[in-house]
Design a protein around this ligand. Structure first.
Ligand code: NDP
Length: 241
């Protein structure tokens, strides 16, 4: 990753932060797009001797994303990779789900990937590049109470394969990762009984860490993933296989 610049959405905390820190350890430079302040992760990366910049960006806003991508090019000089990681969950059974719950989750989890990918692709057409979309086990197998989230994450998989087909010949690779249960703020609110039952269903008998996802992102973005595109990699301890 030496000297490369990767944009990571939702990179101020959780899985995104784990990805940012690990890519920096592999000598990559990082641009964080998040609505939550990312100065903490930026200073941690700078302490590792790499370049890092934080951009306050709501990834649902097409125009703001376009401007932020231009700012990355101006301040960091290049964009090699994009990780569409920002995401939210508003879990409810369909009968209780409001229209705004559906719309918000689709906007943040799926429309954001359109916004960010469209903004970087024109640049990547000249240079080549690699994109990783963070989908979910829920997008692959569905989950009661998460129809909006599952639809957004399944949508990301269709988006991944389509863009991989559109731009493979231009040297742009696009892949998705479908994480299982990863220990972050998003999952810590689940009740103990649910966590216990889930643990029993995971053959590796542990929940994932952000680093488990970061390792696979690195694999896909680096030269090790050079002949892989349009793929969805399950990283879930065997919860779904
Ligand atoms: P976190 O909530 O810990 O981190 C997500 C980050 O994205 C937060 O900083 C969040 O800010 C930010 N964000 C939310 N909305 C926007 C927006 N509109 N614009 C910019 N940034 C935004 O989540 P995780 O690290 O757990 O999840 C990361 C990704 O991984 C998500 O796409 C999630 O769906 C996916 N995933 C997570 C799994 C898990 O078990 N944790 C399992 C499978 C997939 P804020 O705090 O304000 O919301």
């Amino acid at each position: 990753m030496k000297g490369t610049v990767t944009i990571i959405t939702g990179g101020s905390q959780g899985i995104g932060r784990g990805i940012a820190e690990f890519l920096a350890e592999k000598d990559g430079d990082i641009a964080i797009f998040d609505i939550v302040d990312g100065e903490d992760v930026v200073s941690s990366i700078r302490n590792k001797g790499r370049k890092a910049e934080f951009f306050q960006v709501d990834v649902t806003d097409f125009l703001v994303v376009g401007q932020a991508v231009n700012n990355v090019l101006n301040r960091m000089g290049r964009i090699d990779s994009l990780v569409n990681n920002a995401g939210i969950a508003i879990d409810k059974l369909l009968l209780r789900m409001k229209e705004e719950d559906w719309d918000r989750v689709i906007q943040v989890n799926l429309k954001s990937a359109f916004n960010c990918t469209k903004a970087v692709i024109r640049h990547m057409l000249k240079t080549g590049g690699s994109i990783v979309n963070i989908s979910s086990i829920t997008g692959v197998m569905g989950n009661a109470g998460q129809s909006n989230y599952a639809a957004s994450k399944a949508g990301l998989i269709g988006f991944t394969k389509s863009i991989a087909k559109e731009y493979g010949e231009r040297g742009i690779r696009v892949n998705a990762i479908a994480p299982g249960y990863i220990k972050t703020r998003m999952t810590e609110s689940l009740d103990d009984k649910t966590k216990e039952e889930m643990l029993k269903a995971i053959p590796l008998r542990r929940f994932g860490e952000p680093l488990d996802i970061a390792h696979v992102v690195y694999f896909l973005l680096s030269e090790y993933g050079n002949y892989i595109t349009g793929e969805v990699i399950n990283v879930n301890g065997g919860l779904y296989m």
